[in-house]
Design a protein around this ligand. Structure first.
Ligand code: AHG
Ligand code: MN
Ligand code: MN
Length: 330
């Protein structure tokens, strides 16, 4: 009989191997518990009539779905119970939520439910998160950390039951929910690497926005689109998940040529701390790369506000390097 390794067993070995504390384990136990509850509420949501809108708009001026609220509350509850988190930055709250200022050790950035437009169709959404650690040696620099200082980032794909986790300097691993609602991984599973081979590459962007991108980006698309299959499901969590296996590039460029100028988004749409950084950190640990509209590495952007946006180009190294040449050309 072949038995898989549970997520917590995997983490225990990881922490012991790196001679690290168990506090991170306590945090991730809370995180995976939250993910399972979100999964449960999502799967049963249509029966309970909670897959609609609340009628409220959030910090971003976007409609809040009832499931956004439910997922956010679930995550905050388990983070609070864990006692390990100093502050949490969530898409659904204007200010960082203070959890355990004295005794906490981590900063937690999350999008409790990514891909809200998929909710009413019961299609894939994601719970995306990133973790940074308190500086115990030098001076503390507050709760907004740049991506290169993250210790971990992950995406739970819901309701698909797949969890992708990137650990700093260790790699990316994929866990699956089994029959007992345990996240498991085959024993001795290989770390995940983004293919850098054009044969499997795919492109992912919202093509309805195409004419609103800069001329440079439009030209790049024109020169490349025939080479690749095109996939877009409207949830970074899901689109990026697919890209990690097949390689290629996901992009959400700056919108600078909208026929209604007030609808331009020179900084793109995605949020740096809990969307772009999560994808960028996972990409880095999987051998890929992520840049913004200026060709700057996403992980090197110093955050100024909790909900700041950035354009995002993330995926296979060679392809991201290629669009970087176009973006930075004079
Ligand atoms: P959220 O549901 O958390 O607000 O995020 C939605 C984001 C992201 O997941 C996705 O890639 C993008 O919005 C899709 O935007 P468009 O509908 O403009 O393509
Ligand atoms: Mn999102
Ligand atoms: Mn969201």
């Amino acid at each position: 009989m072949k038995l898989d390794q549970s997520f917590m067993d995997f983490m225990l070995h990881h922490q012991e191997h790196h001679n690290r504390s168990y506090k991170f384990l306590v945090l991730l136990e809370a995180v995976q518990t939250a993910a399972k509850y979100i999964q449960y509420f999502y799967q049963t949501g249509s029966l309970k009539n909670v897959m609609g809108e609340t009628g409220i708009t959030n910090v971003q001026g976007e409609n809040v779905m009832e499931m956004d609220d439910i997922a956010n509350e679930i995550v905050l509850h388990y983070l609070r119970r864990s006692n390990q988190v100093i502050y949490a930055v969530t898409e659904e709250e204007v200010d960082p939520v203070v959890l355990n200022e004295e005794g906490g050790r981590y900063f937690f950035y999350y999008d409790p439910l990514d891909g809200s437009s998929n909710v009413k169709h019961n299609l894939s959404v994601g719970f995306m998160f990133a973790v940074a650690k308190k500086n115990s040696d030098g001076p503390e620099d507050g709760h907004l950390r740049k991506g290169s200082e993250l210790r971990a980032a992950g995406i739970f794909l819901i309701p698909n039951g797949v969890f992708t986790l990137a650990l700093a300097d260790t790699g990316v691993f994929r866990f699956h929910l089994d029959e007992t609602m345990t996240y498991v991984i085959p024993e001795n599973a290989e770390r995940l690497i983004i293919p850098d081979n054009p044969k499997t590459w795919e492109l992912s962007f919202n093509s309805a926005n195409r004419n609103t991108y800069s001329e440079k980006v439009q030209k790049w698309i024109g020169g490349n689109e025939e080479n690749f299959a095109f996939r877009y499901m409207g949830a970074l969590a899901g689109d990026f998940h697919r890209l990690l296996s097949n390689g290629g590039m996901f992009m959400y460029p700056a919108i600078v040529n909208h026929p209604k100028p007030e609808k331009n988004r020179p900084k793109g749409k995605l949020r740096l701390l809990y969307e772009a950084n999560v994808a960028a950190f996972i990409a880095r640990e999987a051998g890929g790369c992520a840049i913004d509209e200026n060709g700057q590495e996403i992980l090197e952007i110093i955050p100024e506000t909790p909900h700041q946006r950035t354009a995002l180009y993330v995926g296979s190294k060679t392809l991201v390097a290629d669009i970087k040449r176009s973006l930075t050309a004079k």
